[in-house]
Design a protein. Structure first.
Length: 224
């Protein structure tokens, strides 16, 4: 039996993996809103966090898990696959790599492979399910790495934003332009550029037109 370890940016239910015969564990990030810190685990008060984030004049930030948190998850099972947020968005990938080195030095070598998702959220979740799919087909560890790495290269992440608040707070958008855009009901269409970086790809007026444009972008950029 293999284990899948993912940071808490991964959008998937534990049962989705464990019902398929694999072990799944999550490593929490820390979410910072000014001087308040939320641990992104099963005990987080999501409504309180979102309220604090919306009311804060500064952008919320994340802190990657310490290597020691990953290290604890590596101690069970002979085969461990790790999925992290895009290395262009977070230091989580590097933290997991450090934990792998620490494990080898302290306990000796075993199979631990760390995937840079080049994505976040449901992108990480899809990678987890791809690992499960390969395991069910009887692939060995090397074949799983090859299949999943190919899957990641062909995956793209796209999304619509409802508000401009975070873009303004992070200094990526002029507040005056954001106010006008909100009045005109303009929706940003964002996505990952193929290298794990998130950028605004386009914009449209109204939710319906934004969804239509999003579909056009998906069709144009992901022919498979």
């Amino acid at each position: 039996m293999l284990k899948i370890v993912a940071d808490s940016g991964c959008d998937i239910r534990k049962e989705q993996v464990e019902n398929e015969g694999c072990v799944f564990e999550s490593v929490p990030l820390n979410l910072h809103v000014e001087d308040r810190v939320y641990v992104d685990d099963e005990n987080i008060n999501v409504e309180e966090f979102l309220k604090d984030m919306e009311n804060s004049p500064v952008v919320a930030k994340t802190a990657s898990p310490s290597p020691s948190l990953f290290l604890e998850k590596f101690k069970e099972m002979e085969s461990v696959f790790v999925i992290t947020l895009s290395s262009k968005l977070s230091g989580t990938y590097q933290s997991a790599m450090t934990a792998k080195k620490m494990y080898f030095e302290e306990y000796g070598k075993k199979f631990i492979h760390i995937f840079d998702s080049l994505s976040a959220s449901i992108g990480e979740g899809l990678i987890a399910m791809k690992i499960v799919e390969c395991a069910k087909k009887g692939f060995d560890n090397r074949e799983i790495v090859e299949q999943v790495s190919h899957f990641i290269k062909g995956m793209r992440t796209y999304f619509l934003l409802e508000k401009f608040d975070t873009l303004v707070k992070s200094g990526r958008m002029n507040p005056y332009i954001a106010k006008i855009a909100s009045m005109l009901n303009i929706r940003p269409i964002c996505g990952e550029n193929g290298a794990g970086e998130i950028k605004m790809l386009d914009k449209a007026r109204g939710h319906g037109k934004a969804v239509k444009r999003l579909i056009e972008i998906i069709k144009a950029n992901t022919p498979d």
